[in-house]
Design a protein around this ligand. Structure first.
Ligand SMILES: Cc1cc2nc3c(=O)[nH]c(=O)nc-3n(C[C@H](O)[C@H](O)[C@H](O)COP(=O)(O)O)c2cc1C
Length: 320
């Protein structure tokens, strides 16, 4: 028998599903295409910049960079928070990487791209990593491309790479015992081959002066992005703070928080500012982040990997 909470949840999902045809019929997506000519066909230097909470997007970004370096290109590979935006015009190509969060690219990534200076026809490409069954990954990549095109970038490619997901609610409570783990063997060799191939594809597109066009697709998940999935999920998180006695004050939680919501001085989390990315919980080396959902304590990605005895495979080039 359903309790009140799960009954309400199911009712909310049912009403959302019923209203989707209406949402879909009023949603129209413009084609994402360049509005200026591509500034160069020769890539001497490139920037690969990512936002990554649990390492997947970073690993792919580093592999893309390595593959391009092997093709003789000077590559800067970095977390996008460390990029000097004022020097961005010096590159011949930019590749932006992001995880899919809540069926879209995180707002933080979209805002970062929108804050770039005019890209003046620079070729741009995007990749996303995702872990869900159908993560709306194509549309999430389109969201970033849209922002890049607004900054006068010329889109050449986009790609999505699936891997084990890092969303703590998917293994909350009893689910950790029951769930046959999705994508637990990913990334594997084929995933990394696809990443290497993508690097070559992007370079090929630029060499041929080949701009690409993309359109978002109408999907159930795209409909859900209009309904603020973060807001609703946040409402079901009952507690969120740092455990004083466990905290080793390493600052990892704060470094990973894109919203500046962690206050180490009093071990609190500004829940209003929090964007529920789980960066604090997923990365804390001391398990000092307390989050409670539906009466159970959530465990982070690193702890989850240990419990399930999962080791993420590294690509050969990055092992050294
Ligand atoms: C807060 C959060 C929301 C997520 N939402 C989605 C989603 O909507 N669809 C999906 O396919 N994966 C989702 N995931 C899984 C991530 O996209 C996936 O684990 C990704 O590879 C994480 O990238 P990172 O390791 O670079 O942080 C989510 C993960 C988190 C932590």
């Amino acid at each position: 028998m359903d309790d009140r909470r799960s009954f309400l949840k199911k009712s909310a999902i049912a009403s959302v599903a019923l209203s989707l045809p209406a949402i879909s019929s009023c949603a129209c997506f413009d084609t994402i295409r360049a509005s200026v000519p591509m500034k160069t066909r020769r890539v001497g230097s490139a920037l690969v910049a990512w936002y990554s909470q649990t390492g997947n997007t970073r690993r792919y970004g580093r592999l893309l960079a390595k593959t391009m370096q092997e093709a003789g290109i000077r590559v800067t590979a970095s977390d996008l928070r460390e990029v000097d935006k004022s020097k961005i015009g010096a590159y011949d190509l930019i590749i932006i990487g992001s995880p899919v969060f809540y069926y879209d690219a995180p707002l933080f990534v979209q805002q970062w791209v929108r804050s770039l200076p005019d890209l003046k026809g620079m070729p741009v490409a995007v990749y996303v990593s995702f872990g869900g069954p159908e993560g709306n990954q194509h549309n999430a990549a389109c969201s970033i491309l849209e922002c890049l095109v607004q900054r006068q970038g010329v889109p050449v490619a986009q790609r999505a790479f699936v891997n084990i997901g890092a969303y703590p609610l998917s293994w909350a409570g009893d689910k950790i015992k029951k769930t046959p783990w999705k994508h637990r063997d990913l990334p594997d060799r084929q995933t990394y081959d696809r990443v290497r191939e993508y690097a070559r594809h992007v370079l090929g597109q630029v060499a041929q002066g080949q701009a690409a066009e993309f359109s978002k697709k109408l999907t159930l998940r795209e409909g859900l992005t209009f309904l603020g999935p973060i807001y609703w999920t946040k409402r079901s998180i009952e507690e969120h703070y740092l455990i004083r006695d466990k905290c080793i004050e390493c600052g990892t939680c704060g470094d990973n928080c894109p919203a500046g919501a962690i206050n180490l001085a009093d071990y609190s989390v500004d829940r209003q500012a929090c964007v529920l990315c789980f960066g604090c919980l997923n990365n804390c080396p001391a398990q000092a982040v307390y989050m409670q959902y539906d009466g159970v304590r959530l465990i982070g990605f690193q702890e989850f990997l240990k419990l399930k005895n999962i080791k993420i495979m590294e690509p050969a080039e990055l092992k050294a």
